[in-house]
Design a protein around this ligand. Structure first.
Ligand code: M6R
Length: 618
């Protein structure tokens, strides 16, 4: 939901800003812009469209954007936008300059009372050039700066008293060319610490090329950054201590590395990141979940488990619900986070709330976690981004080791989330004495075998590519499955629709005949994962029902079903595994299918329309 960068130092500021925006473009790509102070003047350059449009505009205007370019800029900020208030346009692009040219602002978040503030400022003579909520912040800070406070930091602190909403705000003031001031509430800001240079970004990939020493800014804090200093204060102006974290990601983790798209690269990383998530936690025949107390006393005290998440992470949660109930016999609810807070949930201190999020910043998920905490629940976060808000605010954390996931469509993060929910379910079952030592050992082995099986799928991915090349004109696609295959179908359907824009639905195989089968006609495409032994016969009946009505059917089946008769047009065979573990493997061909359908349709794979990677609005 919008990406922010800021830089002060000796490098070519414009190069740092543009490269940073390119790294953050997954957060929004409706427009991009930069602002900087040069020779005592505040400049703004912005453009509707992707960062490459901004780059072209600046290049054509004679700006030196090269890494080696000379730097006469004292401080600069940049922004890539996911539009909320005001359509994507040049005017609504950030940065926003105040009416008298004193202040420039980039913002991630929503100023909820912007209409009220705008009318207050209009009465004071302020005129507005955009439809955005952000412009209000720029004008309000200038108003307090010129009329009341006459001090950059003081005017921001005063303006924040009036602003209701969420924000990561980065502000420049023409009279203070040596600094950037930021304010944060409910939206991420990472500070990168360098030698006689400092950086700001919404996420680590924009900084990693320059520094690995970072500070995750806390909510309700103000940062005053110069090239030599970082000062963090609370809203009253008290200086706060901060912790510097060291990030050990590869620099190439956030590069495409020869792949056509990040999504492809990230699918090819699945064997490696699944192993990195699971293998270090399996030692000497047991599972160890660092920082999470899986003692008998702790687990026996849990009467129910509540899983909350959004989108793909929610689908990983659905698999978790199935597993924990099956293996541990603990009742589990899995709820879409945006619905959870309005559902008056039945939870108390004997409920464990498991929060799943790749970014660790999704606002709906954070709100759900806070609601669960308020009701007395303990919270365990399964999160990918180290130091993210959900990771910091939850009682316990289990990190997925997916590394940076840049493509908006989540692939490797999902697979590693599954890794964590399997580890959790198995460990709980062991602690509660619900699993035999033999089964516990077998299941650990299954998990350790997954990376090589995922690799086998990648080795024959051209078969999915061929099928997609023949079918990409499909207008509507149904995914049908039973049990775990149904939960997996939900994820497969989301993946397809978000990147290929093809209408798709996931249905429980047995439910189709209760209405939706009316939509099946000649040529409708149906994809059916069939991996559960007891349910395979019933699924055969279900795909017969659709093929009889003209559907083209792709069945995704394990090796042991290869010779079995299914009424399908095409089979994709995945390696055999215990049926409980099949979703980990089945997800990959479904992701590849979505990818190739979208490639054939010429879609923008890594930046699908209307979406952003990290959703920090409700
Ligand atoms: O960062 P999170 O895991 O909390 O994000 C949740 C969803 O927004 C995310 O999974 C979304 O559904 C993806 N675009 C799906 O590919």
């Amino acid at each position: 939901m919008c990406g922010i960068v800021g830089y002060i130092g000796a490098r070519n500021t414009l190069s740092v800003l543009i490269k940073g925006l390119e790294c953050l473009e997954y957060r929004g790509y409706d427009s991009a812009g930069v602002s900087f102070i040069q020779n005592g003047k505040l400049n703004v350059i912005k453009k509707k469209g992707k960062v490459k449009e901004l780059y072209k505009l600046m290049d054509d205007s004679g700006y030196d954007l090269s890494e080696k370019g000379k730097n006469s800029i004292s401080a600069g900020i940049g922004h890539t936008r996911w539009a909320t208030h005001g359509a994507p346009s040049d005017e609504n692009s950030h940065p926003h300059m105040s009416m008298n040219g004193k202040i420039c602002v980039v913002h991630n978040g929503i100023i909820e009372n912007y209409a009220e503030l705008r009318s207050f400022l209009r009465k004071k003579g302020y005129e507005f050039a955009s439809d955005t909520d952000t412009e209000v912040a720029a004008q309000l800070i200038e108003y307090y700066y010129t009329k009341k406070e006459h001090d950059f930091e003081g005017s921001i602190r005063r303006a924040l008293q009036d602003i209701v909403g969420s924000y990561a705000l980065c502000v420049l003031c023409v009279d203070y060319p040596d600094r950037i001031i930021c304010a944060k509430k409910d939206n991420p800001i990472v500070i990168g610490i360098g030698d006689k240079e400092n950086f700001i970004a919404s996420d680590i990939p924009a900084l990693i090329e320059y520094t690995r020493d970072v500070v995750f800014m806390e909510d309700n804090c103000i940062l005053i950054m110069t090239k030599d200093s970082i000062t963090i204060k609370d809203v009253h102006g008290e200086v706060l201590d901060y912790e510097v974290a060291h990030v050990d990601w590869d620099t190439d983790a956030a590069q495409k590395g020869g792949y056509a798209h990040f999504m492809m690269k990230e699918m090819f990383e699945e064997p490696k990141v699944f192993e990195a998530t699971v293998a270090p936690r399996i030692k000497d025949g047991d599972i160890f979940l660092e920082h999470f107390p899986c003692t008998k006393e702790f687990v026996s005290n849990i009467n129910s488990i509540n899983i909350v998440a959004c989108g793909t992470a929610y689908h990983a949660g659905c698999i978790g619900k199935y597993l924990i109930e099956k293996l541990c016999r603990i009742p589990v609810t899995c709820t879409v986070a945006s619905e959870f807070i309005y559902s008056d949930p039945i939870i108390d201190e004997h409920t464990l709330t498991v929060v799943i999020s790749q970014s660790g910043e999704t606002l709906d998920t954070r709100n759900a976690m806070r609601e669960a905490k308020n009701r007395g629940s303990q919270t365990l976060a399964i999160v990918n981004v180290i130091g993210s808000t959900i990771a910091r605010e939850s009682d316990y954390v289990l990190y997925t080791a997916a590394g940076p996931e840049i493509s908006v469509a989540s692939t490797k993060a999902y697979t590693t989330q599954l890794g964590c929910v399997y580890l959790l379910a198995l460990k709980f079952a062991k602690v509660l004495g619900k699993i035999t030592p033999e089964k516990y050992a077998d299941y650990q082995y299954e998990l350790l075998e997954m990376p090589s099986k995922l690799q086998k799928i990648l080795d024959v991915q051209d078969r999915i590519q061929r099928f997609a090349s023949a079918e990409y004109n499909a207008e509507s696609i149904f995914f049908i499955g039973r049990g775990l295959d149904y939960y997996l179908s939900m994820e497969a359907s989301l993946k397809l629709k978000e990147i290929s824009y093809i209408h798709s639905e996931a249905y429980a195989g047995g439910e189709l005949k209760h209405g939706t089968i009316a939509l099946i006609e000649d040529g409708t495409l149906v994809v059916s994962p069939i991996t559960q032994d007891e349910l395979a016969g019933k699924m055969e009946s279900n795909i017969k029902e659709v093929s009889t009505r003209g559907a083209t059917v792709l069945a995704i089946i394990p090796e042991r079903f290869a010779e079995r008769e299914f009424s399908c047009n095409e089979k994709f065979i995945i390696p055999d595994c215990d049926e409980l573990f099949a979703p980990i493997l089945t997800a990959l061909p479904c992701q590849l299918f979505a990818y190739y359908m979208a490639v054939n349709k010429g879609c923008d794979i890594d930046k699908p329309r209307n979406l952003a990677k990290s959703v920090t609005v409700e």
